[in-house]
Design a binder for this molecule. Structure first.
Ligand SMILES: CC(C)(COP(=O)(O)OP(=O)(O)OC[C@H]1O[C@@H](n2cnc3c(N)ncnc32)[C@H](O)[C@@H]1OP(=O)(O)O)[C@@H](O)C(=O)NCCC(=O)NCCS
Length: 151
């Protein structure tokens, strides 16, 4: 098992397919709804098994030079609650820190609140409602040890 950045068309197909299957298909949303315009400038990470099969996916983008945001965290159903989401989240946080982020924000589905709390995220307030059905909670986590520029 390893964490990779999608590098070729097949990697990206697998990556977006996982996002769609876990985060969109259960709510009858069409293919394509798992993407947004910020994908182009984002960091995409994917956890794959020894044969390259994608098991987990997640995305990092920057809202400001110091604030990074994680979106589209998805672990394939048979592999949930096995520590894979934690591994991927740690890798996304590591990348955010390396790119200079001081804080990470995210909009957690209420069903995933416990996962993010366990990893040190705190609730800031209520977030958006997706498809009129999925309530989100805005959370954040300061990143210790971010590089201080200019010193
Ligand atoms: C939420 C998700 C990313 C977590 O990844 P995961 O690999 O299943 O989680 P981990 O095994 O790394 O979890 C570590 C710990 O977080 C907590 N946790 C994980 N999922 C949780 C959940 N849904 N609710 C409450 N706590 C949770 C548990 O304490 C867990 O430890 P335990 O298994 O010993 O109880 C994954 O379950 C998933 O893709 N869910 C469906 C899609 C989704 O909700 N994505 C998030 C959108 S904001």
């Amino acid at each position: 098992m390893q964490i990779i950045e999608p590098a070729c068309a097949e990697d990206y197909r697998n990556y977006y397919d996982l996002r769609w299957r876990i985060l969109r298909a259960p709510w009858n949303q069409p293919r394509g709804s798992e993407r947004d315009p910020q994908d182009a400038g984002s960091t995409h990470l994917m956890l794959v098994d020894a044969r390259g099969k994608p098991l987990a996916a997640g995305r990092l983008h920057f809202n400001t030079i110091r604030e990074a945001q994680i979106r589209y965290m998805a672990v394939d159903i048979p592999y949930q609650r096995n520590g894979l989401g934690s591994r991927l989240l740690a890798a996304l946080e590591h990348r955010a820190r390396a790119l200079g982020a001081a804080v990470i924000v995210l909009d957690a589905r209420e069903t995933a609140l416990g996962f993010y709390r366990k990893h040190g995220y705190q609730v800031l307030g209520s977030g958006h409602m997706l498809f009129n059905r999925i309530a989100h909670v805005r959370m954040s986590k300061p990143l210790g040890g971010a590089a201080v520029q200019g010193k």
